[in-house]
Design a protein. Sequence first.
Length: 293
Amino acid sequence: MRLGSVVAVALALSACSSMSNLLDRGSSTSTQAASSGSGDGIAPDMATPEQSEPVGPLYNKGLEQMQSGEYRTAAKTFAEVERQHPYSAWATKAQLMQAYAQYQRNAYDEAINAAQRFLTLHPGHKDAAYAYYLIALSNYEQIIDVRRDQTNTQKALASLEEVSRRYPGTAYAQDAAAKATLARDHLAGKEMEVGRYYLKKGSYLAGINRFKRVITEYQNTSHTPEALYRLTEGYLALGVKSEAQTAAAVLGYNYPKSQWYQDAYALLQNDGILPAENKESWISKAVSSVNPF
């Protein structure tokens, strides 16, 4: 589900302090230095020095616009905080709030660019974890139907895994891990779709290679039972009975109550053979320990 508002994110990730820090109301003065930078897709208003506003009210204006759902305007206001007060602590916060505002208006590429710019300027910042998480979310929400190119899914998985790797034990890492599981399942689904297409066309070896990838790279996804059945089907069509029997045997061992196992068993039985595992088969070695669903 989309994070509905600034407040919703702060509550959902209450174990982390990043958003609550960003939601602090601005004061008119600040002693913490921060690097300056340009906007990330929405040009700031080019005010003259005489037209500049105090940093606190200007930052608070951006927060109010966010809470009112005026995300494009908020991104512009936070860009103004950074432009007019480049050496204040609020400028640093405003950089990350620009990324969040872009994310909220579904401008994912702009959100990613803004978050990456924040990380480039402040790699060791205490809010870096949130920036990485925002990049991962922006990639994740661009995942599309398995019938189309899955480049976005691969990017999402890589960025989600980076969050888990960099910040283990945090709320960000927990959510990233859950989303990474769904991303892997999506990638496995794409391999299954292509593999089924090849089987239907009689290109059995090409199909087997797709199902093999599911078994070797995504074996803990929901597609593993079907992939093992399709391997049984493909190898049997090629006359490689030993591998067909192994695929069915491994399927039966790990998913004994699955409909896919019943179908694989019937398929072999129609050919006068039964499931039998060959321990030297790549299938047996790859699926030595699968978590059944």
